[in-house]
Write a new protein. Structure first.
Length: 202
């Protein structure tokens, strides 16, 4: 009888521990955030790389892109394996709220798209700017000589301690103020919303 009672207690403790791990809530100390970064056209330089960008139809298209590498020691292997890195920028200089990357919009003549994206690896974030064609329109201008407006960027690093990975998948989930968000939802979330939910102070 004692052994049975002990087994029941052990099972209860295990289930409770599992539930606690499953229901992790993002706390302010779970957020690592850098200072703002403003880049001018000159700071982008003229180096070109081929960046593969996923379209809304799910296809991957390679684009010649200008890029800037930002050194960030907080992006460790643990972050690569279990964490998330989100990048935001001000689309119209500093007068509008931060929007999440990737970002795309058409020029005023609707002949090509402005695009910004990012990738990250251990120790760095790469920001990318490229121009893509609109169907039926002429080829876009050459990005190497394009005058990129001054943009301000901000990035948020969420360690794996604040993230749940769904069993048998690679999907990551973050719980903010009692609501669970998928990785895709976090990526689409404006900075103003994420900073409010995660209590990020300016």
């Amino acid at each position: 009888m004692k052994r049975l009672l002990l087994c029941v207690m052990l099972i209860s403790i295990t289930l409770l521990a599992t539930q606690c791990k499953k229901d992790k809530t993002l706390a302010p100390e779970d957020i690592l955030r850098s200072k703002k970064i403003t880049l001018t056209n000159a700071q982008w330089g003229n180096s070109i790389t081929l960046h593969w960008f996923s379209t809304s139809q799910g296809a991957a298209v390679g684009h010649s892109s200008r890029y800037v590498d930002i050194t960030e020691a907080m992006i460790t292997q643990e972050i690569m394996d279990n964490g998330l890195v989100q990048v935001y920028f001000t689309p119209y200089e500093t007068k509008t709220p931060y929007s999440s990357l990737p970002y795309s919009r058409q020029n005023s003549q609707a002949t090509y798209n402005f695009n910004l994206d990012y990738t990250y690896e251990m120790g760095k974030i790469r920001l990318l700017f490229f121009l893509s064609a609109v169907y039926g329109a002429p080829a876009p201008p050459y990005v190497a000589t394009w005058d990129i407006p001054s943009y301000t960027f901000k990035y948020v690093i969420i360690p794996g301690t604040a993230i749940n990975t769904v069993a048998n998948t690679q999907e990551k989930q973050v719980q903010l103020k009692g609501v669970t968000y998928s990785e895709a939802e976090i990526k689409d979330m404006p900075y103003s919303q994420l900073s409010k939910l995660a209590d990020i102070k300016e």
